[in-house]
Design a protein around this ligand. Structure first.
Ligand SMILES: C[S@@+](CC[C@H](N)C(=O)[O-])C[C@H]1O[C@@H](n2cnc3c(N)ncnc32)[C@H](O)[C@@H]1O
Length: 288
């Protein structure tokens, strides 16, 4: 049974709902909703502006941004890689922890950044973002030959090389048109990497067998397609084909359909960064 005060509140609540219902179905509905809508979009944009200001003050990066994933997004990535590799999510989570807590890799990257003449355009804190997914995929599948187009600093290359080193077998080929690329690749990580400076299409045409291919060079649909067409005949039956451009183009999914492969996409959600995130597109053979 409601108390007197409770009954009073209940009556007032129903009156408010009644007014809301009438306004919502009246001609002024859209005008009445405007202040609330302005508040929602303003709150969202103010948070984005604050993130952007923090990034301008703290980061030095001007391209190929690095960040961590939100905890929930990292968990979704674990499920994504588990599905693609047909491994347990527990195994994939363990690979994530392995690379994130790899002190040797972090130390190597920090030292290489500090020693570089481009250190003023790089952050000292090393953050892998979606690359932990690349790492886990290589750890789970133990491919013999991984090919990455687009080296940039060599952050992805070092992550892939760290996975190969833990596997105890395999090689990474990385290709970049920029002769100043790859300054992070040295020491024990460089020992398992073949670096090529040149146009990726030219270099891909000279390769033999590829088990994991990662497109991360010139992000136009036409160029991505040309890389897929060139690497296609070199792929092993169970090859995994990854694209770092699948958030922006349908090239990999179209190619997967043409070549009767499966396709899945994971979208990144960077933590405390204004960049909306990239993702991982994966195409792989139906029979594997
Ligand atoms: C997004 S970055 C690569 C990021 C890197 N994979 C990583 O994990 O940080 C793209 C790179 O592609 C290179 N690139 C652009 N056009 C290319 C081409 N035609 N052939 C090879 N590399 C190219 C650029 O020089 C740039 O370093």
């Amino acid at each position: 049974m409601l108390s007197l005060a409770g009954r009073d509140l209940h009556i007032r609540g129903s009156a408010v709902h009644d007014v809301q219902r009438r306004v919502a179905s009246s001609r002024i509905a859209s005008v009445a909703a405007l202040p609330g809508r302005m508040y929602l979009v303003g709150r969202h944009n103010a948070a984005e502006l604050a993130k952007s200001a923090r990034w301008l003050a703290r980061s030095r990066e001007h391209t190929n941004f690095t960040y961590d994933l939100t905890p929930l997004n990292r968990e979704h990535l674990a499920w994504f890689i588990a599905e693609v590799t047909a491994r347990s999510v527990g195994e994939i989570r363990a690979y994530f922890e392995e690379v994130e807590s790899d002190r040797g890799l972090h130390e190597h990257l920090r030292r290489a950044i500090k020693a570089s003449d481009r250190q003023r355009l790089a952050d000292r804190d090393v953050r892998f973002g979606r690359r932990i997914g690349w790492y886990a995929l290589v750890r789970a599948l133990r491919p013999a030959h991984i090919v990455e187009t687009g080296t940039d600093k060599g952050l992805g290359t070092c992550v892939l090389a760290a996975a190969v080193r833990r596997n105890g077998a395999g090689r990474v080929t990385t290709i970049d048109v920029n002769p100043c690329s790859g300054y992070l690749i040295s020491g024990r990580y460089g020992a398992v990497v073949n670096r090529h400076i040149g146009d990726s299409i030219d270099v891909l045409g000279q390769l033999e067998v590829v088990d994991v291919f990662l497109h991360d060079s010139l992000h136009t649909a036409g160029y991505e397609h040309a890389e897929l067409e060139t690497v296609g005949p070199r792929l092993t039956e169970k090859a995994m084909v990854l694209s770092d451009n699948a958030h922006a183009s349908g090239t990999l999914s179209d190619w997967a359909e043409e070549t009767r492969r499966r396709f899945l996409f994971f979208g990144e959600q960077p933590r405390d960064h204004w960049y909306p995130g990239g993702g991982i597109g994966v195409a792989w053979s139906r029979s594997s």
